[in-house]
Design a protein around this ligand. Structure first.
Ligand SMILES: Cc1cc2nc3c(=O)[nH]c(=O)nc-3n(C[C@H](O)[C@H](O)[C@H](O)COP(=O)(O)OP(=O)(O)OC[C@H]3O[C@@H](n4cnc5c(N)ncnc54)[C@H](O)[C@@H]3O)c2cc1C
Length: 308
């Protein structure tokens, strides 16, 4: 079964809701008066968006709790759902039950990961699931309750969710689960949530990024080794390098621009080569000499880890 995520419903107007919450915090006006201003279009949509953007830059995040999204999620595995429900603040789940929903004829939908297929194990896995399904059916027919027969059902079995999540928690979940270190299935669900919100509210979807994104923390806090393996690592700095840079700056070791640098600025890309260009090149600042080599991450697929 393919993963499917659909945005079913949301706060009636998330932009208005965010603006009202932020404005209430920073204005002598009552929220009623602010609502009237929005109603009468004294405050434009663009003004609301600009205000929200500025406030978000400060890290004032609690108004995001007042905006909610309702999603239908289907075709995900129990391996995924186990990770999903570990998020518990600002999110409410309803998940298909394996106690009340017995699998008819012992047939359960399941997911086979691409790595299993690529390694040639798909057929063996399918046969094993078929046998488990037959045994499940035999047990249910002999009176074993579905809640106990399900002890046979593997992590690969599919499940469905109907959830409500507030925007603050959605951003947090995507910080972690859009990271290339997250499990592939969770990355796909988080990506589909982002795509769904982007269809209706692109102004909000732009904030839905992995934690290293320019609108989130902006840097990677995974291990340097994992950062080197990450394809996004080429675009985002690692926390360690930011501290190295800060340390070099504090010690006055960050080299100031020299006249030779200005010559490069002036002449780079120009076909006119003047004698000045042949002058010795300035040394790169110390913080870069130590880390430039590691800034280029090798082309390797991201590793994943699991909830265990
Ligand atoms: C890549 C990856 C690998 C993982 N591997 C494992 C693993 O091997 N084993 C394992 O058991 N788990 C693992 N986890 C799960 C992880 O430990 C968390 O359980 C999961 O990310 C949800 O936790 P959260 O704090 O983000 O919860 P959320 O409910 O999403 O929390 C939101 C925020 O609320 C705050 N918060 C939440 N709970 C509390 C609390 N009790 N008290 C105070 N503040 C709170 C925190 O600031 C938190 O960031 C993994 C997660 C990721 C992303």
């Amino acid at each position: 079964m393919a993963i499917n995520v659909r945005l079913l419903d949301h706060s009636s107007d998330p932009i208005r809701s965010l603006y009202l919450a932020y404005r209430t915090a920073y204005s002598s006006l009552t929220p009623q008066r602010i609502a009237d201003q929005i109603e009468s279009e004294k405050i434009t949509r663009q003004q609301m968006l600009d205000f929200i953007e500025k406030r978000l830059e400060t890290g004032h995040a609690s108004p995001l709790e007042q905006v909610w999204f309702e999603f239908a999620i289907s075709g995900v595995s129990r391996a995924f759902s186990h990770q999903f429900v570990r998020h518990h603040i600002g999110i409410s789940f309803e998940q298909q039950s394996q106690r009340y929903v017995a699998f008819k004829k012992g047939e359960f939908p399941y997911t086979i990961p691409d790595t299993v297929r690529d390694a040639g194990f798909a057929e063996k896995m399918e046969r094993a699931f078929e046998q488990l399904g037959e045994l499940y059916q035999e047990m249910v027919e002999s009176g074993v309750p579905a809640e106990d027969a399900r002890f046979l059902i593997p992590n690969a079995a599919n499940t469905n969710f109907k959830i409500v999540v507030n925007f603050l928690e959605l951003l947090h979940i995507c910080d972690l689960r859009l990271c290339t270190r997250a499990q592939w299935e969770f990355r796909q669900v988080a990506s589909q949530m982002r795509a769904q919100i982007n269809r209706t509210f692109p102004e909000l979807a732009k904030y839905i990024q992995p934690k290293c994104g320019d609108k989130r923390w902006g840097y990677c806090d995974e291990s340097v080794e994992d950062w080197q393996k990450c394809p996004i690592g080429k675009k985002r700095p690692h926390k360690k390098h930011l501290f190295e840079l800060f340390d070099a700056y504090r010690k006055g070791e960050v080299a100031p621009l020299a006249e030779a640098d200005f010559k490069i600025i002036e002449e780079i890309g120009s076909s006119v080569v003047t004698p000045a260009l042949n002058a010795p090149k300035p040394s790169p600042p110390p913080h870069l000499t130590s880390s430039t080599a590691t800034l280029e991450a090798p082309e390797e697929p991201p590793s994943t880890r699991d909830e265990g």
